[in-house]
Design a protein. Structure first.
Ligand code: ATP
Length: 444
């Protein structure tokens, strides 16, 4: 993970938040390459969940919600982690994440010092709205995006004439006062979620639950993720959230081991029942095609972290490869094998030399590509070095402009993964790139 963290900083994917002040734990900033990668991951998910499903629509709900929302959802009461502190070294742990023998003996796993009793710690960030800081003005930063969907479900049925089964997708920030935030951007206090809530008729929920498990698994395959690095984990009775009837996590083999990437949950009618109870509003669905039968729908949720997916994509893409045998540092290259549709830069245009009009020709070619592709232009240093810089940024294609280009209008197209080069007329570049992106298959 250190290698990935340092590459992420060096190349402008992710920086520590407020670094000049010593850094803010649990928060990270996404640099020029990071924001491009994040946007592409979000775009791929959005396309998958909305464009490719005519029964799913989008929503962007506010982060600040009426505080009753979180009483209804059970978060005020139940959204807690068990917390223990070491009295000696002052380290803080989640009680469910340290060995049981340490917990039983109240012995710190780091220094052996005495630990406090376990206490419940609510993960919601609380603040105040308005000028008065009294209990009437308490407001929470949302700890999940799901509730914004539930409270709007009737609005969406009415405005968009949705019929069950249907889904609502949302991408947005969520906040949790996490006790332990190590492992880079894996677990942070401010993060983004990719959530889709699918409303179904009670009784059909198990079938839809299985269907969404299948679809979400297929999605990662389509994104080109190494499938032997993914597995399912079913929640045991002691892991199930207060609202869930059944839950499976998709776990990824991160450098620190298997960890949750996405959850697929059968949330039953819990949330809508609670909102009925707390708001006094009728949350029943009226089935006009089924004799006006009324019922509270069951909800199947697919919930992934956007920032956690970004970390997964970085880990999955990271590779070090021996490319020469000269006995020096240049024998090895670091390469990010992003799927071309996710790579922050799709194509870099490099003039072999700055002089003799090559730079101008390369800039013209780049300009022509910018309308359709994310491009970069680099004219500084030896060409081999420039290829390495692009490999490290995960750029799948480089176009090199040389003296022959001036004569016959051809350029070389270099492929990141194989490092092979082909010479093609510059007019064919855009079409060829589109074909290559569509046909991409990761070799290693
Ligand atoms: P964990 O058990 O790891 O705390 P969770 O089961 O509480 O996670 P969910 O509430 O199901 O997580 O959230 C859905 C998804 O949101 C997770 O699969 C994860 O990808 C992402 N996520 C949750 N908490 C965080 C966090 N603190 N930082 C980054 N991503 C998170």
């Amino acid at each position: 993970m250190e290698k990935i963290t340092s590459l992420a900083k060096r190349r402008g994917f992710v920086f520590q938040s407020s670094e000049i002040y010593g850094g803010q734990g649990g928060a990270w900033d996404y640099g020029p390459l990071g924001i491009e990668l994040k946007n592409r991951i979000a775009g791929a998910w959005w396309k998958e969940m909305t464009q490719l499903h005519d029964d799913i629509v989008g929503l962007d709900a506010a982060i600040l919600m009426h505080p009753r929302t979180w009483e209804a959802s059970g978060h005020v009461e139940n959204f807690t982690d068990p917390l223990v502190d070491c009295k000696k070294c002052k380290s803080r742990f989640r009680a469910d994440q340290i060995p049981e023998e340490n917990l039983a003996a109240k012995k710190c796993p780091d220094c052996g010092g005495e630990m406090t009793d376990t206490r419940k710690f609510n993960l919601m960030f609380k603040t105040h709205i308005g000028a008065a800081e009294d209990s009437a003005s308490v407001i929470y930063l949302r700890p999940e995006t799901a509730q914004g969907i539930y409270v709007n479900y009737k609005n969406i049925i009415q405005s968009n004439r949705m019929k069950i089964p249907f889904g609502i997708a949302q991408i947005g920030k969520a906040f949790r006062n996490e006790i332990v935030t190590k492992n880079f951007i894996f677990r942070t206090c401010e993060f983004e979620q990719l959530e889709m809530q699918y409303f179904v008729k009670p009784g059909s929920d198990e079938e839809w639950f299985n269907e969404w498990r299948k679809r979400r698994w297929a999605y990662y395959e389509k994104m080109g993720v190494q499938m032997d690095h993914l597995r399912w984990h079913q929640h045991g009775p002691d892991e199930l959230a207060h609202y869930a009837k059944d839950a499976y996590d998709i776990q990824y083999l991160f450098p620190m081991g298997w960890r949750e990437l996405e959850g697929v949950h059968n949330r039953t009618d819990y949330d809508l029942n609670r909102h009925t109870q707390y708001s006094g509003k009728d949350m029943q669905y009226i089935d006009q095609d089924g004799g006006n039968e009324r019922y509270i729908p069951y909800i199947i949720e697919t919930s992934a972290g956007l920032t956690r997916t970004l970390l997964m994509i970085l880990c999955d893409a990271y590779d070090e490869e021996k490319v020469a045998d000269k006995g020096n540092d240049d024998d090895w290259r670091t390469v990010l094998r992003f799927h071309p549709s996710l790579a922050p830069i799709t194509v870099a245009v490099l003039p072999l030399m700055k002089k003799d009009g090559l730079a101008e020709l390369a800039q013209d070619i780049r300009r022509e590509l910018t309308e359709d592709f994310a491009t970069d232009y680099d004219q500084g240093g030896a060409i081999g070095r420039r290829y390495r810089r692009q490999d490290e940024a995960g750029t799948p294609f480089c176009v090199t402009v040389d003296y022959q280009s001036k004569e016959d209008g051809t350029v070389t197209l270099r492929f990141r993964d194989s490092m092979e080069q082909v010479r093609i007329p510059k007019e064919e570049l855009a079409t060829r790139l589109r074909q290559e992106i569509k046909a991409y298959k990761r070799e290693r």
